[in-house]
Ligand binder design. Structure first.
Ligand SMILES: N[C@H](CCC[C@H](N)C(=O)O)C(=O)O
Length: 276
């Protein structure tokens, strides 16, 4: 089948976006892996499927698939690219959009300067919502890996995150520890592994080894989870500027059940068609 797509990126986290609002598009696990493949396909960290919804008060639905084909609950950088997509494609004349995702309804706003602010909802810590095989809720947890034990925070932004403090992101063992944390048996649905270096109370460096995609240049929900865990630990104060390898995201959170607000860029890179 011929599949038309729009290639997009938000802080270097890249996406293939499919418009399924005119007609449904069904892709198999294997087809998604093929599209995401950087040598035999288009190449992307995630594939986003934009659909209509008949849920009252909601404008669209969008589904998120990792490069390994797994469908997931939430994607922060993808949410911003979704807004840029539906506005630039003329699918809406709104600038504040409510969209249904697998983890619930979120509200997004396209700013005058082209940046997008996303209300990501409140973070969740209860292990069962991450899900994380641990007895009681805590601020940090010891995670035994091959040959060493690391200390992580466990935060859900709709999708699960394990955040580890490091001295320097540039020397952090992301390539070795990332896969071990991602597939640790205590995370039955796997987990996104964040490596956070605190620069000052309002700034961090962050690298994320993403569940189902490997290390990406930026992870929006990972930036939210890292900022939230730093605020919980008393190392950070809102707003938090998150320096990722692909760009800067700004995270605001007033604590407790307040929503996490994320602001960052979203760009269209090119249009194309692939035979799959
Ligand atoms: N790999 C994530 C989904 C994409 C999240 C990321 N690209 C973002 O911007 O939040 C997961 O399996 O939960």
């Amino acid at each position: 089948m011929k599949l038309r797509f729009t290639k997009m990126q938000g802080a270097g986290n890249d996406f293939v976006v499919i418009d399924a609002t005119q007609a449904p598009v069904h892709l198999s696990h294997t087809q998604i892996q093929q599209v995401a493949n950087r040598y035999f396909g288009v190449g992307c960290d995630q594939l986003l499927m934009v659909e209509n919804t008949d849920t009252p008060g909601v404008d669209f639905r969008y589904r998120i698939f990792n490069a390994d084909g797994s469908e997931v609950e939430q994607c922060g950088n993808g949410a911003r690219c979704f807004v840029r997509f539906v506005v630039d494609k003329g699918l809406t004349d709104k600038r504040e959009i409510r969209v249904e995702t697998a983890s619930g309804i979120i509200t997004l706003t396209l700013q005058e300067d082209g940046q997008v602010t996303v209300n990501m909802g409140a973070p969740r810590f209860v292990p069962a919502q991450i899900p994380f095989d641990v007895g009681t809720q805590a601020t940090v947890y010891e995670l035994p890996l091959h040959g060493e034990t690391v200390t992580i925070s466990a935060v859900s932004m709709g999708n699960p995150h394990a955040v580890m403090l490091v001295e320097n992101v540039h020397t952090a063992e992301v390539a070795t520890l990332g896969p071990q944390i991602e597939s640790h048996p205590r995370f039955p649905q796997r987990v996104n592994a964040g490596f956070m270096q605190v620069l000052n109370v309002h700034e961090i460096n962050l690298r994320v080894y993403e569940r189902g995609s490997g290390e990406t240049l930026a992870c929006g929900t990972g930036a939210c989870a890292a900022a939230v865990s730093g605020i919980q630990l008393g190392s950070l104060q809102s707003p938090v500027k998150v320096h990722t390898r692909g760009g800067i995201l700004t995270i605001q959170w007033q604590g407790g059940d307040h929503p996490v607000m994320m602001t960052g860029p979203a760009e269209i890179v090119f249009e194309g068609e692939i035979e799959i």
